[in-house]
Design a binder for this molecule. Sequence first.
Ligand code: AMP
Ligand code: GLY
Length: 423
Amino acid sequence: MTILILGSGGREHTFAWKLVQSPLCQKLFVAPGNSGTADIAENIDLKVTDFEAIKTLVLEKQIDMVVVGPEDPLVQGIHDFFLNDPEIKHVAVIGPQKAAAQLEGSKEFAKEFLFRHNIPTAAYQSFDASSLEAGYEFLETLNPPYVLKADGLAAGKGVLILNDLDEAKAELKSMLVDAKFGAASTKVVVEEFLDGIELSCFVLTDGKNYQILPTAKDYKRIGEGDTGLNTGGMGAVSPVPFATDSFLNKIEERVVKPTVAGLQKDGLDYKGFIFIGLIKVGDDPKVIEYNVRMGDPETEVVLPRLKNDLVEIFQAISNQKLDKIKIEIDERAATTVMLVSGGYPEDYEKGKEITGLHNLTDVLPFHAGAILKDGNVVTSGGRVMAITAFGNTYQEAIKKSYQNIEKLHFDKMYYRKDIGFDL
Ligand code: AMP
Ligand code: GLY
């Protein structure tokens, strides 16, 4: 079949790397893609939210399946766009419809869903500009630190955690009244702080059946020891060593099952990945957030461990036969370390040539913000490349990631040297 992946990150390069291994994949397009996907598929330059351009491409290239990498097109309703158009409604779209994508598109919607279906999560209330005073009063009932979340999509920046009550009140006002995060903070969810260690669980669903993929833990802060600004993710480890069988069982019983059943009860069609952000409080899992796509860089450690044919899995999702699939996982650990442009997540320069790629051994280099220019691989974004390695333990894998990174170079290259430090 002919497949189109939407997106341009390390996640999409990993999807491409995995899909081209399938005998069922005859032709693969990635839009817009990067230097990594250019090597194994055909890149098409278009915006992932330009649905008309995507439709034109799908018809012209006779594409059978569209795999949606990032959240924006899902939250904007790309799956519904296909279903509502007779010319393209036969195309399999991997990713939920707009109503279900609100699980990521609106924090308030996600909290209401969690409470409605008795799924463990932090206590909360939500506010808008007209209820600012009530927001202050709710903050006064909580213990510090205070967690404020912009309701809408804010490119991963919409969550503030503050130690001081006055500061929390000032930030709440700035979000609601001064549109600190634009339209995304028209509403704000204020919630109880949960103290524990985070991990993520990845679920595939066809709307009826589900399959659980390996857990992973990502490292979001720019600085070592989890300090400094938030990023898209600086590295990841899979599996998560503290996710024991009994803890995984709690996640399945208390979170995954009620989530999939809740989607059905609420009439929310869902064919795709559910990425559940969890925090382990004592010995219990609580949900921090839902994402309606795979994580990046979590994909770079989760998919390499999946032994199944991914096209077969996607077909099973599309045909609602996911119960017929038996997920097989590589027992080894996988780690990835993200190389980023100096200055990221703030201002940084682009166009730096990346050298040393030919010297890598026994690792999977997944390109992210990197493109081909005059035959060279050059940087084009903040997160540039994720170097994935396998090992019998995560310590062995991470050593291999770091040994290979030493062979790579671009001007002002930066990476965290402590991925996995807290395990
Ligand atoms: P979110 O976008 O909802 O995943 O929040 C971003 C990050 O903020 C999470 O990865 C957590 O590190 C942190 N966070 C969010 N909600 C809470 C909470 N209720 N308690 C503690 N930390 C939180
Ligand atoms: N690495 C976190 C995310 O993809 O949202």
